[in-house]
Design a protein around this ligand. Structure first.
Ligand code: SAM
Length: 340
């Protein structure tokens, strides 16, 4: 039986971070010069991830997304995908990546059973990526997107975090880029998650601003009616182009959030903003049975009250969520550890 939390939200969607390491240093996620990493021996093996995934599947999880850090930094990710693809209850297996290493593994990931890929693409200008994300590998990201588009996935989407005074002037070019390749793009509001130590409400470009800007060029976007559980609101332009906006900062969707997270070291998190998680690695490695681990997960879920993004939105003087000292004291507070 799928456990329901205190607000009636089912445990249906699991985001698994397979590594806290990343090969980019985006200013909205990993702006610092150095980081405290999870200890290497604490990182779950593929077999351990797979065992936890199968327990989550028996509890009702139907969608699994692999993320990070940068998930493609994890050696031989297709092997993990192949293991996860064997769970008949899981009908959606997806990946979020920055795309740098995607060209070389897109086909193998597809062959292993990955259904959907989302590539983060915040800019079409290589020099901007160098300045904002300390990476000169923009060409590889574009190659990764092309390789994914050619590999036969059920869907390839693009994610663009929009920040005032950074890439707001690229909303229309990014929309054109996606439309020209028949890919769907989702614009994401800048979030005050752990790691976003330079976050400032004045730099958030709201869903309203994004829609107004697009409407001035393309005419009004018509909202598409669909599952209340999807984070992105989707819209269709008069020319048929469909795009999404994820308004997690100005119009959060906690009431319909069915997402749980597992960090690379096996910490089960109930909310992206949650202060604490439940350690599943220790029982896993100490010989707990599947039933015992399932009971611990279900207990945590049925007590879930989290509405992190809504609570943040209700603050009068909203500032940075965690200062750098608090992130260093507990790297599990970092977005790159929790998995975006
Ligand atoms: N490395 C992979 C990638 O770049 O897609 C996966 C991990 S990354 C943390 C997942 C997503 O979180 C990316 O689309 C990224 O843009 C988004 N993200 C990170 N920090 C964010 C922030 N402060 N506000 C909004 N989105 C953020």
């Amino acid at each position: 039986m799928t456990p329901l939390d205190t607000l009636g939200r089912p445990l249906r969607n699991l985001r698994i971070s397979v590594t806290d390491r990343c090969n980019m240093r985006c200013r909205y996620c990993m702006p610092e010069a150095d980081y405290v990493w999870l200890p290497r021996e604490s990182i779950l093996t593929f077999e351990e991830i797979d065992r936890l995934a199968s327990i989550f599947a028996t509890l009702g999880v139907r969608k699994i997304r692999l993320t990070g850090g940068e998930p493609l930094l994890r050696h031989d990710l297709p092997t993990l995908v192949r293991l996860l693809d064997r769970h008949a209850q899981v009908d959606d297996l997806a990946l979020t990546t920055n795309g740098i290493l995607l060209a070389r593994s897109a086909e193998a990931l597809r062959a292993a059973g990955l259904r959907r890929v989302t590539v983060s693409l915040d800019t079409l200008r290589p020099e901007r990526m160098v300045a904002f994300a300390r990476s000169a590998r923009h060409g590889e990201v574009l190659e990764g997107i092309s390789a994914a588009a050619a590999a036969g996935f059920a869907s390839v989407k693009l994610n663009a975090v929009i920040i005032r005074d950074h890439n707001m002037d690229e909303i229309l070019p990014l929309l054109d880029f996606a439309r020209d390749r028949a890919l769907e793009i989702r614009f994401i509001e800048y979030m005050d998650v752990g790691g976003a130590t330079q976050w400032d409400m004045r730099r958030v470009v709201s869903q309203r601003d994004i829609l107004d800007l697009i409407a001035r060029r393309h005419g009004p976007a018509e909202p598409l009616v669909e599952s209340a559980w999807a984070p992105a609101e989707r819209f269709r332009l008069p020319d048929g182009t469909v795009f999404g906006v994820i308004a997690s900062t100005t119009a959060p969707f906690c009431r319909t959030c069915d997402r749980a997270r597992l960090t690379a070291d096996g910490t089960f998190l109930l909310c992206l903003y949650g202060e604490r998680g439940l350690d599943l690695r220790e029982p896993l490695r100490m010989g707990a049975t599947d039933d015992a681990i399932a009971a611990a997960i279900a207990d945590a879920w049925v007590s879930r009250t989290d509405r992190g993004a809504e609570e943040r939105a209700g603050l009068a003087d909203r500032g940075v969520l965690h200062q750098i000292d608090s992130l260093r004291a507990d790297p599990r507070r970092e977005m790159h550890t929790r998995g975006g």
